[in-house]
Structure formats: C-alpha cells, structure tokens
Design a binder for this molecule. Structure first.
Ligand code: ADP
Ligand code: ADP
Length: 231
C-alpha cells in the first residue's frame, strides 16, 4: 500500500469572481520507503501541493489518501521543513524545538528532554541556549529540521530546504539529511522534497516528479537509477 495518494487534485485560490487555478488535476503516489523530489518553475504549485499533502490546505477538488484513508484536516504524521527556517527569534534553539512538542501536548519537562536529544541528533549539541541570530544559515536549518523531527513524522516534507544556504553549507546539509533518512534512527517512511535544483534532486531522490505551470500540473516522472548512498 502506498503511503500517500493524491487523486485528481485541483486547487483554486481567490474569491468568486477572481479565481485562480494554482494546480489542476494532479495525481501523485508516494510509496512507503521512497524519497521523491518535486521539481518545477517558480509558481507551478509545488508548495501548494505540499500543503495539500500535509493537510494544511483542503483541495478544491480531488482527494488525498494517507495509508489508504481519506485525509481530513492536518495529517499528524507529516511535517514540513521550510526554506527560510521559520524559527522564533526570541526563543533559544532548545525552546524553538520544545515548543513544537508542547504544542502537541507533551509536558514541559518531557519536551525539554526530547528537544535536547533532537538537537544532539542533528549535530548541534552545545548550542541549546543559543539564539537563532547567533547561528549560521546551515545551523539554523538544522534547528528547523530538529523541530520538524520533534513530531516523530512518518512523512517528512522539505520545501526548498537548502535554497537559502550558500553552496558549501547546502552541500554539507544535503549529506546530513540523507544520513538521517538512511540511519534508521527515526520513523520516517518517506521524504518529499521540493527543489528547483536538478542535480540536488538526482543526488538525493529515488524519483523526480516534474511540474509545469499555468496551470500547475505534473508533466513527467523520472525514476533515478543511480546507486544510492542508502544501498
Ligand atoms: P511554487 O511553490 O511552485 O513556487 P506555489 O504553490 O507557492 O508555487 O504557488 C502556486 C501559485 O499559486 C502561484 O501563482 C501563487 O502566487 C499562487 N498562490 C499560492 N498561495 C496562494 C494563496 N494563498 N492565495 C492566492 N494565490 C496563491
Ligand atoms: P553556513 O550556512 O554559515 O555556511 P554551516 O553550518 O555550514 O553554516 O557552518 C558554518 C560554521 O559553523 C562552520 O565554521 C562550522 O564549522 C560551524 N558549525 C556548524 N555546525 C556546527 C556544530 N554542530 N558545532 C560547532 N560548529 C558548527
């Protein structure tokens, strides 16, 4: 059984008289164990599709199934890592991670404990009490990843996670994300990564889904047959 099925999904934005079709008739399947990259020009609806798959947007038409069940509302097993990190600047690294846990009903003490473990997992031990502004771009994105992992996701969605980083930091972090994915330390069953970098997609993913715009739709899918770091 696939993890995610997107069935004839259309998303329109705007009111009655000014409607805009962001994506139209999109079908997509993500298998259990798969790393899928979503590639396409700016504005083709990649983020929209991510929001629909995680249940943050309700599609205008069509259906998303998760493990065979129609998705209603936010998918508690899915999480998104954002391009611009979206950290709270007034909170420390540890607090930024812990709030994600507390928001899900975990007690304060348990959240602090788990946050420290996750910060260690992404290689930021020693920076628990630092503020985001004191960290490099790469380190900030690691905090973003630790916070996303706090919910113990099965489906990890990454929305251009390396685009805001310089070339070297992006390179390092790509390797570290692949290592997390292959380590088996987490319960992640699939990764969906939005990218506009074809080399990055080929390097990281098992399959590339290519979208085009006006309206946003899937135009082709490319399996990657390279020997993978995971094999
Ligand atoms: P991508 O991630 O591929 O750049 P998006 O999903 O962000 O594409 O956007 C697809 C299209 O939908 C764009 O034209 C964008 O301007 C529009 N759009 C995205 N979100 C909204 C919204 N909340 N309201 C109206 N239009 C939106
Ligand atoms: P940037 O986006 O600024 O290039 P990087 O994460 O690639 O950020 O690293 C920038 C600097 O921060 C480097 O000098 C690196 O050694 C240091 N750094 C990154 N992660 C850690 C860490 N976990 N512990 C100590 N130093 C780190």
């Amino acid at each position: 059984q696939p993890l995610v099925e997107v069935l004839r999904v259309t998303q329109r934005y705007g009111g009655k008289d000014r409607q805009f079709t962001a994506i139209q008739d999109v079908n997509l399947t993500i298998g259990d164990g798969e790393f899928v990259a979503l590639l396409g020009p700016s504005g083709c609806g990649k983020s929209t599709l991510l929001r629909i798959i995680t249940g943050l947007n309700r599609p205008s038409e069509g259906l998303v199934r998760y493990r065979g069940q129609a998705l209603h509302g936010v998918n508690p097993h899915a999480t998104i890592v954002f391009q611009t990190f979206a950290l709270f600047p007034w909170l420390t690294v540890q607090e930024n991670v812990a709030v994600a846990l507390q928001a899900r009903g975990v007690t304060y003490d348990e959240a602090q404990k788990r946050a420290i473990e996750l910060i260690d997992l992404v290689g930021l031990d020693g920076f628990e009490q630092a503020y985001p502004r004191e960290l490099s771009g790469g380190m900030r994105q690691k905090v973003g990843i630790a916070r996303a992992l706090a919910v113990d996701p099965e489906l990890l969605c990454l929305d251009e996670p390396f685009s805001a980083l310089d070339v070297l930091s992006a390179e390092t972090l790509r390797g570290e994300v692949l290592e997390l994915w292959t380590s088996g330390k987490l319960h992640i069953r699939a990764v969906l990564m939005v990218s506009h970098n074809i080399e990055e997609a080929v390097f990281m993913a098992d399959r590339i889904v290519v979208m085009d715009k006006n309206p946003g739709r899937v135009i082709t899918e490319i399996p990657i047959n390279l020997p993978h770091p995971r094999d």
